[in-house]
Ligand binder design. Structure first.
Ligand code: 9MR
Length: 371
C-alpha cells in the first residue's frame, strides 16, 4: 500500500472512513511484560506457521529492539533494503550494505530471511525518469541479475513483485502504474519471476498485494484482479510458489474475515502457499485511551488471524515491525503532528518493548490453529 504518485488520492484519503470497528475488549487484567513470555516464533511454529518481522536500521541502533527479534522471530524480512531505489540509488551505483547486514544478522542468529519488494512500480528512483522503454527493460533485467545473483541461496524467498494492481489509477487491466508497467505492460510480472527463478533456483517466489483483506472499494477491486493474475501465471507455467497479502488492517475500513478466508482458500486450491506479509493494525480512528485502543487493536488481530489461519495454505505471518516505536505508521505525516500520547500503536510490542494485548491475541490465534 503506498501513496498514489501523481494522483489525487493520499494515504489520508485512504484512511478516512466510517466509524471504528471492533469495540469488544479482550483479555482484561492481563499484565504485559516481556519476562517469561514465550516467543511468538515458537508458538507459531507449533501451528505450522513461520513467524517473522521486518528488520531495518533501527535494529542496529537499539539493542532492546534487537532482543525482541532474537526472541520472537524465525524469519527476518527486509523492510526497505531490497527495494530498487535503496539498492541502486544512482544508475549503476549499488548499495548492498543494509541487505548484507540483515543477512549477517539472520545467519548469526539462526533465522531465515526473505527479500521484500524487489520490483515495485511505486518504488523507482528519479534517475529512471524519462528513459526510453528499451533502456528501462535493460535496467530492469540487469538489476535483477545483479541483486539476485549476489544473494542466491541466502534468502529462502523473493517477493519478486509487490502490488501489481491499483485500479484507481485508471490503467488498462487495473495494473499499478510506474516505470516497469509503463515500459513493459503487465509482462514485467512474469519477466521478473522468470528471471529470478533462472538465477536463484532454490528460493520460493512470491507476488504480494495490498488491500485484498478489506471490504474497502480498493480491496473489492483488487481481489478478482489478483486472483486472475495468479491463475494466468500458473496456467502459463511461470514460476510462482506463494502469494502475499499485506494485511495492513485499517481501523476505519470494514472487514469480512470469513469472506476473505474463502478467497485465500482459492489460492491454496491452486497449490500456492499464502503469506500474511505485512501485518499490523492501523489505529488512527480508535479511541485516545491507550488501554482501550490496545484491546481493540488486539481484537482485530485475533479475529483476522483466527479466520485466515484456518486455511491450511497459510504458511507465514510477518508483522511490519515488532514494536510500535518503529512502526512505519509513526512516521506518516499526520501521526507526527499529534502528541506522543496519540502516536500509533499498531504492533504486538509497545515503545518499551513490552508485550501488548496484540501479542496475546496473536499467540491465541496461533494456538487455535494448532488445536
Ligand atoms: O515501511 C516502509 C517505509 O519505511 C517506506 O518508507 C515505504 C516506502 O518505500 O514503504 C514502507 O513499506 C511498504 C511496503 O514496502 C509495501 N507495502 C506497504 C508498506 C507501507 O507503505
Amino acid at each position: 500500500m503506498s501513496a498514489v504518485t501523481g494522483g489525487t488520492l493520499s494515504r489520508r484519503d485512504m484512511l478516512r472512513g466510517s466509524a471504528a470497528s471492533g469495540a469488544g475488549l479482550l483479555w482484561p487484567g492481563v499484565a504485559h511484560s516481556e519476562g517469561g513470555a514465550a516467543g511468538l516464533g515458537d508458538i507459531a511454529a507449533k501451528a505450522g506457521i513461520l513467524f517473522g518481522s521486518t528488520m531495518d536500521k533501527a535494529n542496529e541502533a537499539d539493542p532492546a529492539y534487537a532482543k525482541l527479534f532474537d526472541r520472537h522471530t524465525k524469519l527476518i524480512v527486509t523492510e526497505n533494503a531490497t527495494k530498487f531505489s535503496f539498492l541502486q540509488p544512482h544508475q549503476g551505483v549499488y548499495d548492498f550494505s543494509v541487505v548484507d547486514g540483515v543477512l549477517d544478522y539472520a545467519k548469526a542468529h539462526g533465522k531465515k530471511a526473505h527479500a521484500a519488494a524487489l520490483i515495485w512500480n511505486d518504488d523507482a528512483p528519479n534517475w529512471l525518469k524519462g528513459r526510453p522503454g528499451r533502456e528501462i527493460e535493460r535496467i530492469f533485467d540487469a538489476h535483477i541479475e545483479r541483486v539476485v545473483s549476489r544473494y542466491a541461496g541466502r534468502f529462502i524467498s523473493w517477493e519478486a513483485v509487490n502490488e501489481p494492481f491499483f485500479p484507481v489509477q485508471g490503467k488498462p487491466g487495473g495494473y499499478r502504474d510506474g516505470p516497469w508497467f509503463a515500459a513493459m505492460g503487465p509482462s514485467y510480472i512474469p519477466r521478473a519471476l522468470r528471471r529470478v527463478a533462472s538465477i536463484d533456483k532454490s528460493a520460493r517466489l512470491v507476488v504480494n498485494e495490498a488491500f485484498c483483506e478489506s471490504n474497502h472499494e480498493w480491496g473489492r477491486a483488487n481481489r478478482p484482479l489478483f486472483k486472475g493474475l495468479a491463475d494466468r501465471l500458473l496456467d502459463d507455467g511461470v514460476p510462482l510458489h506463494a502469494v502475499g497479502f499485506q494485511s495492513h488492517l485499517i481501523s476505519s475500513w470494514s472487514y469480512d474475515d470469513h469472506a476473505f478466508q474463502a478467497y485465500v482458500a482459492e489460492f491454496g486450491a491452486r497449490g500456492l502457499d499464502v503469506y500474511l506479509s505485512e501485518l499490523d493494525v492501523n489505529d488512527e480512528v480508535l479511541p485516545e485511551d491507550n488501554a482501550v485502543r490496545d484491546k481493540m487493536v488486539a481484537r482485530r488481530y485475533q479475529d483476522y488471524l483466527t479466520a485466515v489461519l484456518a486455511v491450511p495454505a497459510v504458511k507465514r505471518v510477518v508483522t511490519w515491525g515488532l514494536a510500535d516505536r518503529y512502526s512505519w505508521w509513526r512516521y506518516m505525516t499526520w501521526e507526527k503532528s499529534t502528541n506522543a500520547a496519540r502516536l500509533a500503536r499498531p504492533l504486538p510490542f509497545d515503545d518499551d518493548m513490552k508485550r501488548k494485548p496484540a501479542y496475546d491475541a496473536m499467540a491465541r490465534a496461533f494456538e487455535a490453529r494448532r488445536a
